[in-house]
Write a protein that binds this ligand. Structure first.
Ligand code: 6PG
Length: 238
């Protein structure tokens, strides 16, 4: 777990970590597969990435989750990433694998599963092994669109599942499932803000309370989990 002074320092450190991994993988295999998180925290990081940071023609960009809205909708993670990153870097359109949330949750999940299988050249039982998955953390312990109490948490077969965010602003989602997150070579949680201090403390405390939080189930079998927080989010970390 690495703690940084504020959200800007955190974004700079997350960018450095991402580029370090990208550099290693591009040197080793000539390709870097990255799954992006939605939400406001990673937007700072995406905005820091620059055209000459990496050979974008060899980066394959995916999404960890998406809302079931058109790609130009204000809530779209793709729109956020397009505005914060894609419009500024020379990544080929074919390298950007958008979740087509506008199809509706179940159809979008099936379509994305096919896209993952093609992009990673997977056999019927294979899992995609992302070089890096960026994840955020909700105050309820959700990550990607794996929300407490939803059926997506129990998905063991599908690579991509329909999700549902709770509460008044409940909306349909599409999300990578735990088998995919846990097949990754590296997962980086990027978390900022005092409103996350309680859930970070609950997760770090272990035990039943932590176990009930979806983010606690991100445990790659053969991969690293990196926690990158700002001071405010880590304020109550034991
Ligand atoms: C999304 C994200 C979601 C997000 C958390 C934290 O689609 O919104 O995938 O899991 O990471 O809700 O969001 P903030 O970074 O905005 O706090």
């Amino acid at each position: 777990m690495r703690v940084f002074a504020d959200a800007d320092d955190l974004a700079r450190a997350a960018r450095a970590e991402l580029l370090r991994r990208a550099g290693d993988l591009l040197e080793e295999r000539g390709r870097f597969t990255l799954a992006l998180s939605g939400g406001s925290t990673p937007r700072r990081l995406y905005r820091l990435l620059a055209p000459d940071d990496v050979d974008w023609s060899r980066v394959e960009l995916f999404f960890g989750d998406e809302r079931c809205v058109p790609p130009d909708h204000a809530d779209s993670n793709y729109r956020m990433v397009r505005e914060a990153l894609l419009e500024r870097v020379p990544i080929p359109a074919a390298n950007v694998h958008r979740m087509r949330g506008e199809l509706g949750a179940d159809e979008a999940a099936h379509a994305y599963e096919l896209e993952l299988r093609a992009a990673f050249r997977l056999g019927p039982k294979d899992l995609p092994r992302f070089d890096l998955v960026l994840l955020g953390l909700g105050t309820d312990g959700h990550t990607a669109s794996l929300f407490p109490g939803t059926s997506a948490l129990d998905e063991r077969e599908r690579l991509v599942a329909p999700g549902r965010s709770p509460g008044a602003s409940a909306d349909d989602r599409v999300t990578l499932t735990f088998p995919v997150l846990n097949a990754a070579a590296a997962v980086a949680f990027v978390v900022a803000g005092s409103e996350k201090a309680a859930v970070v403390a609950a997760l770090s405390s272990g035990g039943d309370a932590a176990g009930a939080l979806p983010a606690s189930r991100v445990r790659p079998g053969d991969g690293r989990v990196i926690w990158m927080l700002d001071h405010a989010a880590a304020a109550r970390f034991a």
